[in-house]
Design a binder for this molecule. Structure first.
Ligand code: SAM
Length: 359
């Protein structure tokens, strides 16, 4: 039932009744509460929304990923049926750009079984409008694949999954919680220490007051998809801001109207996200038996896939847009823009050589 209380009031009531909640519980409620979560409401993307993503900046991003996927499909001997899954497809822009290019490869479109995984009903509607001709199926879990290999793409999906945070103290690690002080939402620490030996060895030497983040949801999604890919063959390409090795540091952030905002102030009204621990995701997929490419920056990946040639071809075909295309190129690959902050992760069946990574 749709409660007349705002999400902020519901969260505050829950804390008053049961005590402080973990950051993961808070983030999960803020983002995906069934009726009032941030990702259950209006389309958050684009100039009129809260943030803009790479596929919304330029078609070149999706087109180059389309070339990448065709190459992997060809390395698998062009299976007559395969699954192409996108996690968190937003407006469907990335997939539309991918398929416009990839379906030029003979046999690709006939073999395609398009799968989408999305929580936002408004965005699902936009994906339906955009991609209807490819007859997509929206997955409810990761057991619903058709026969044949599985190619997975995810841009800015894993950063939206809830994280937990822990702070190091002399007696161990204490979970960071959201509680109420004088009626105001405030961060605090659980009084119960977690022994340092139970934390990853990568942070064993962390100094006092260091903050460690872990995203169990990301590991769980990667594990489920990874197992399906290990069974049926294929690859997982994930692009996000993040880091290559498990480390300490507070990366939880709120964004509203293209500006940073307070994480605790307006539950459900601001985007919350955290950097992705690609080292942890690599460990999960390697344990399942997949190979993992060395993490690339988004700039390196797009340059290796030939973004410079794409700029020339598009500018040649649309001279009036040449300046806009150059600006979009710089936003995608520039070191001070998205080029270095965003990373590209790829796990795949052993034997494949996905393009775009260091040999
Ligand atoms: C930051 S947007 C990125 C959209 C798109 N990939 C792009 O690059 O424009 C995150 C996407 O993941 C979806 N999403 C977030 N949390 C999700 C969840 N728990 N389950 C399924 N989809 C989710 C959002 O609705 C949205 O489509």
């Amino acid at each position: 039932m749709n409660s007349p209380l705002s999400l902020a009031q519901q969260i505050d009531l829950q804390i008053s009744a049961n005590g402080p909640i973990s950051i993961a519980t808070y983030m999960g409620l803020c983002l995906t509460h069934p009726t009032k979560g941030y990702y259950k409401g209006a389309d958050p993307l684009g100039a009129a929304g809260d943030f803009i993503t790479a596929p919304e900046i330029s078609q070149m991003f999706g087109e180059l990923i389309g070339f990448h996927l065709v190459n992997v499909w060809q390395q698998m001997d062009q299976p007559r049926q395969f699954n192409l899954l996108e996690l968190g497809p937003g407006r469907g822009t990335l997939m539309a750009d991918i398929l416009r290019v990839a379906c030029r490869a003979e046999g690709f479109r006939d073999a395609l079984k398009l799968k989408l995984f999305e929580t936002n009903p408004v965005l699902t509607g936009e994906q339906r409008n955009r991609l209807a001709s490819y007859e997509p199926q929206w997955l409810e879990n990761f057991e619903q694949f058709d026969e044949g290999p599985i190619l997975v793409v995810a841009n800015e999906f894993f950063d939206a999954l809830p994280i937990r945070q822990f702070v190091r103290k002399p007696d161990g690690w204490h979970e960071r919680l959201v509680g109420l002080v004088d009626g105001k939402r405030t961060f605090g620490l659980s009084p119960t220490p977690i022994p340092a030996e139970t934390m990853p060895t990568a942070i064993a030497e962390a100094a006092e007051d260091s903050l460690f983040e872990v995203c169990f949801a990301a590991g769980e999604v990667m594990s489920r998809i990874g197992k399906a890919v290990a069974r049926q063959g294929g690859s997982i390409l994930a692009i996000d801001y993040g880091y290559a090795r498990t480390q300490t540091g507070d990366t939880l952030q709120a964004v509203r109207d293209h500006r940073y905002a307070d994480v605790l102030e307006a539950p459900g009204e601001v985007d919350l996200s955290a950097h992705v621990d690609f080292g942890a995701l690599a460990a999960v997929t390697q344990e399942i038996g997949l190979a993992v490419q060395p993490l690339a920056t988004q700039g390196e990946f797009l340059i290796r896939l030939g973004i410079a040639e794409r700029v020339k071809a598009l500018s040649g075909a649309n001279p009036a847009s040449a300046e806009d295309i150059r600006i979009a190129h710089d936003r995608l690959v520039g070191k001070s823009q998205m080029g270095e902050l965003f990373k590209v992760f790829c796990a795949h069946s052993p034997g494949l050589v996905p393009p775009g990574f260091a040999a």
